[in-house]
Design a protein around this ligand. Structure first.
Ligand SMILES: *Cc1c(COP(=O)(O)O)cnc(C)c1O
Length: 364
C-alpha cells in the first residue's frame, strides 16, 4: 500500500513508473543487467538518452533553436553555471528575488560578479513581504542586461510568477523552474534559458535539466569549469563526464507516461483541480490559513497554517498515521506545506482535504 506523499523534494514518483522500473530492474532490454550497469556510451543507453530528450521536446514544444542538456549538480549548481556561462563577457545581470530560491541564485551570482565576472543588479526583492511578488512599479531593470533571472515557482514560500505576469523585458529570460516544470503549459520560445533540478516534477535527484537558446552558448567565461560549460556539454551530448544514467532513464519513463496521459495540457487540468480543492478548503475555514497573494498562489506547493499552532504537532502525527506524509512546512515559513506535484494524484489531495476537515471538526 503506497502512502500519499506530499514531500517538497525529493518528491513522489508516479507509481506506474516505479513499477516499470521494478519490472526491468534486474534485466533491462533483455541484456541480463540493469540499465544502471551499462556504459553511458553503449548504443542501448544512448537510445534511452535520446528518447528522453525527444519526448521532453514534444512535451514542452521545444524547437531546434534550443539545446537540451541533462546535467548534474542540482538547481543550486545552476546558480553558479548561469552567470559563468552568460555573464562571461562582462555586462550586468538582473535578478528578481521573490523567495528563498531566487534569493540564493542572486547571492551566488553576486558573489561571482564580485570575483570579477561582471555586475549583478537586484531588480526588487520581497523580503519585507514574502507572500507576494514586488509591485512592478518598484522594479529596477537595467537598460542592457545580459539576462533577467527569476524563479517561476518559489517552492518554500508557495509563490508563483508566470511568464505572462512579467512586464516587457528585453533581456533573455532565465527561469528556475525546478518545482513547476511540466506542471503547466509554457511557451519556451519566450525564454533564453530554463533550468530545473529533477527531484520535484521530473524524476529522482541527481539530474538537472537545462534548456538553452543556442545563440546564448557563446558567452561563457574563460574560468567556467569544463563540466559547467553548456557548449562543451552540448558538444558531448551531456556526456562530458558520466551522466546520472539511472535518473535520466527514470526521467525518460516519466516523460513517456506524461505523453501517454495527454501531455502537459492534460496534467495541468488535474493540477488546477488539485490546487483549487486545497485552496478552497483552506479559504472556507477559519481553522486554516494561506497568506499568499491570490494572484501569485502556487499550484504545486501550498503552505498553510493552523490558527492554533499548538496543534501543529498533533496535526502532523495524525496525518502521518492516516497515510498522508511529509506535510511539515519548511522552517523558513513554518506551519504546514502540501507539495502537490504531477505525481501526486487528485485522490491524494481529496484524502488530505477530508483529513483536514475531520481534524478541524475534532479540534476546531
Ligand atoms: C529544490 C529547488 C532548488 C534546489 O535544488 P537542488 O537540486 O537541491 O540544488 C532550487 N530552486 C528551486 C525552485 C527548488 O525548488
Amino acid at each position: 500500500m503506497r502512502a500519499f506523499n506530499f514531500c517538497a523534494g525529493p518528491a513522489a514518483m508516479p507509481t506506474e513508473v516505479l513499477k516499470k522500473a521494478q519490472e526491468e530492474l534486474l534485466d533491462w532490454n533483455g541484456l541480463g543487467v540493469s540499465v544502471m550497469e551499462i556504459s553511458h556510451r553503449s548504443a542501448d543507453y544512448v537510445a534511452v538518452a535520446e528518447k528522453a530528450e525527444s519526448d521532453l521536446r514534444k512535451l514542452m514544444g521545444i524547437s531546434d533553436e534550443y539545446a537540451v542538456l541533462f546535467l548534474q549538480g542540482g538547481a543550486a549548481l545552476q546558480f553558479s553555471s548561469v552567470p559563468m556561462n552568460l555573464l562571461g563577457r562582462g555586462g550586468v545581470a538582473d535578478y528578481l528575488v521573490t523567495g528563498t530560491w531566487s534569493g540564493k541564485a542572486y547571492k551566488e551570482a553576486k558573489r561571482l560578479a564580485a570575483a570579477g565576472l561582471g555586475a549583478v543588479n537586484l531588480v526588487a526583492d520581497n523580503s519585507e513581504n514574502a507572500v507576494t511578488v514586488p509591485s512592478k512599479s518598484d522594479w529596477n531593470l537595467s537598460d542592457n542586461a545580459s539576462y533577467f533571472h527569476y524563479c517561476s515557482n518559489e517552492t518554500i514560500h508557495g509563490i508563483r510568477l508566470g511568464v505572462n505576469d512579467l512586464p516587457a523585458i528585453k533581456a533573455p529570460l532565465v527561469a528556475d523552474m525546478s518545482s513547476d516544470i511540466l506542471s503547466i503549459p509554457i511557451d519556451v520560445s519566450k525564454f533564453g534559458l530554463i533550468y530545473a533540478g529533477a527531484q520535484k516534477n521530473i524524476g529522482p535527484a541527481g539530474l538537472t535539466l537545462v534548456i538553452i537558446q543556442r545563440e546564448l552558448l557563446e558567452q561563457a567565461s574563460d574560468f567556467c569549469p569544463m563540466v559547467m560549460n553548456y557548449k562543451n556539454q552540448l558538444e558531448a551530448d551531456s556526456m562530458l563526464n558520466t551522466p546520472a544514467t539511472y535518473s535520466w532513464y527514470l526521467a525518460g519513463l516519466v516523460f513517456e507516461q506524461l505523453l501517454a496521459q495527454g501531455g502537459v495540457e492534460a496534467i495541468y487540468k488535474v493540477n488546477q483541480q488539485k490546487a483549487e480543492l486545497l485552496y478552497q478548503t483552506i479559504d472556507e475555514s477559519a481553522f486554516y490559513r494561506n497568506d499568499v497573494n491570490k494572484n501569485h498562489r502556487s499550484i504545486m506547493n501550498i503552505p498553510f497554517f493552523l490558527a492554533d499552532s499548538n496543534l501543529d504537532k498533533l496535526f502532523l502525527e495524525k496525518s502521518k498515521s492516516a497515510g498522508l506524509l511529509n506535510l511539515k512546512g519548511h522552517r523558513v515559513v513554518g506551519g504546514m506545506r502540501a507539495s502537490i506535484y504531477n505525481a501526486v494524484t487528485l485522490e491524494a489531495v481529496q484524502a488530505l482535504v477530508e483529513f483536514m476537515k475531520d481534524f478541524e471538526k475534532t479540534h476546531g
